[in-house]
Design a protein around this ligand. Sequence first.
Ligand code: GP9
Ligand code: MN
Length: 616
Amino acid sequence: MGSMDNYMHKLKNSNEIAIILLLLWLKTVMVMVVGFNIPLHSFLDALLIFINPIGSLMIAIGFSFYFAKSIKPLKLFLIFVFLTGILYADLLYYRFYSDYVTLPILFQFKNVGGIGPSTFELMSPWDILLFVDVIFAGWYLKNKRRMMSIPSDIKVKYITMSLLILTLPILIGLIKAPYLFQESYDREQMVTAIGPFNYHVYDSVYALAVHVDPIVASKVDTSTPLNYTTSKKEDHSDLFGIAEGKNVILVSMESTQNFVINSKIAGSEVTPFLNSLVKDSYYFNQIYDQTAQGKTSDSEFMIDNGLYPLSGGSVFVRYPDNEFLSMPRILQDKGGYYSAVFHGNDASFWNRDKMYDSLGYDRFYSKKDYEVTDHNSINYGIKDIPFFEQSISYLKNLPQPFYTRIITLTNHFPFLLEEEDQYIPPATTNVDVVNRYVTTVRYEDEAIKRFFERLKENGIYEDSIIILYGDHYGISKKYESGVFDLLDMEDSPKNELKLQKVPLIIHIPGMKGKTINTIGGEIDIRPTILHLLGIESNENLSFGHNLFARVENHPVIFRDGEFVTEKYFLKDNICYSRKNGKQTSAEKCEPYQKIARKELGMSDDIIFGDLLRLIE
Ligand code: GP9
Ligand code: MN
């Protein structure tokens, strides 16, 4: 009779576990399918999504009894709330970035303020559905005060079973994507295969483990990337050395996408100045945003170093103590250049103050160097017009030749601007963010126009080359429908790729303009500048290519392992023809995927292992 009783109790106990597990499983699957929009291309995809949360949820729920004699209802409830919280945080982050949170990004929130005030905007009334069962679970568990003991043998069996269930989707995931772990930067693929909870565990272990690398790295580790980068095929163009000894002024145009160039809103140009400038400049109209979670700082990192950004977090925040063969160093070394950065935000944002030291900058003009008032600032800080005005007074006194980067700020999400600063009215799509975006881009355009005027007035223009580029997308996927509406384009993979383009304008006073449709990315900006300055660049450990003679068929690689070439592009792990935007056979993309894996892997090794310190 006693053992029957015991059995009944155990069954009852497992009921609580089963109910909590069921609720969490349902929510996770819902979030994956509805929230993350994970594409279900095959039966395997569906199977994976259904089974991959079970093992990790079981293990987590088990913490309600592993260290006690019986299930602790309060602990069980707290675990339930905690996991629901993680799911919701993932969902909010995904809504804005179309990406998954990584451990490093959590640490960099202290530098970047997270998604801050915009978080509220990302919430939806439907989200309440994620929380209704919390009340039910609380009520249900509250009435379960007396829990029976769970003997150790049951615990062992529970853990063993959980681990087996955990392994199953990983094995299936590996069958589906054999490079799952080598391509762990493809977070979409990871989360689809192993589920959000396993992914967080993997990501945390990975982020902590890579810190060990520099200790074991030695000179031999540098040979692979060194051989690879020095054997890059690079053709010279007749522009080599055309700007030798000139000042270099790079203007980072915050969140500026290529589609704004030459587009009109109700008859008014969004970028009248840039539209006229591209006629007198080398305008590259097929340049893709390659940044990842480090946003602006990732674009800065690529331009100064010719290395890829990290998959998780910003190099500025994670590896500021590394040694770098940066642009300021090369230019100082080969041309006696003075180097400076101008940016109106706090010096510590993106850890810039620290990183600029490591990159070898002579001077960083940050917020404290500007006169910033309530009236002349908005959103992240000083508005672009007063920012450029005040920057000029510093710029004109710099020792020449100089290498400077000027980072604008006003055209930043959520694109706020007082009416008096709006040169065109907002657009009229059904997405407010997009409607405001055109007004802040137009303001930025005005600021750049005035900046050019000041450069001329102060005699800097003639002796300089000016390179303007969009740092990354401004309109995230969540709001993209507004852009499609604005441009009267249909939402398709090919058009999504189009929106990933950022403008790159290289203005050399006195040179005739040309629109160049070579494909490229931000990583190619550095070798292109070096080429114009007449500096051989392929001996430097960098992955970019000179855009004036970029080797055909070399992929423009994105941080998630996807890419674009002249003929093909890979999106959501589907291979498309670039010409007609139609799906094509996976084999067409495979050789490029291999190059992407190789380059991203080598670039990561250089950063994780701090390999540049080992090069003479
Ligand atoms: C902040 C500015 C914007 O200083 O660089 O940062 P972002 O969010 O675009 O990376
Ligand atoms: Mn930015």
